[in-house]
Design a protein around this ligand. Structure first.
Ligand SMILES: Cc1cc2nc3c(=O)[nH]c(=O)nc-3n(C[C@H](O)[C@H](O)[C@H](O)COP(=O)(O)OP(=O)(O)OC[C@H]3O[C@@H](n4cnc5c(N)ncnc54)[C@H](O)[C@@H]3O)c2cc1C
Length: 107
């Protein structure tokens, strides 16, 4: 488990460069690790950012917003098109809302 090790390295880095004596003034702290993403958030393999946006996993190559396997299953969020990050996730929701309304004939 690398959590405590990284915590110490980060505090040391900050102390040496920007915040002298930082560790003396910490009264409360909290950090999460990939285990938290895996076990608490149910994230695949504990990943925090979803499918990596490399060329072969971007745009059309990303999982589509309409499932090709299950009829009428729409998919939104970081793991699908257009991608991770709040702007991407909000766009994903907008795209799916527009798809549903156009397929259903609703306005
Ligand atoms: C450390 C960190 C910093 C970030 N900083 C930024 C930033 O500065 N700007 C930015 O734009 N983006 C940032 N992001 C990315 C952004 O947070 C994500 O892309 C976005 O939250 C993904 O939204 P989502 O709705 O797809 O998934 P999530 O927000 O991960 O929501 C998925 C939810 O589904 C739940 N869930 C999982 N399995 C099940 C199940 N079987 N049943 C019911 N619920 C389930 C999970 O517990 C979770 O609550 C950051 C991400 C991380 C990890």
């Amino acid at each position: 488990m690398k959590g405590p090790e990284y915590r110490d390295r980060i505090v040391k880095y900050l102390e040496e460069r920007y915040m002298p004596d930082l560790s003396k003034h910490i009264v409360s702290e909290h950090y999460v690790t990939p285990t938290y993403f895996r076990d608490t958030l149910n994230s695949h393999l504990g990943n925090a950012f979803g499918v990596e946006p490399i060329l072969t996993q971007s745009a059309w190559f990303r999982p589509h917003n309409l499932s090709e396997d299950i009829s009428n299953l729409y998919i939104v969020g970081a793991g699908t098109h257009p991608g991770a990050g709040l702007p991407g996730v909000m766009s994903s929701g907008k795209i799916v809302a527009e798809m549903i309304s156009s397929y259903s004939g609703a306005k």
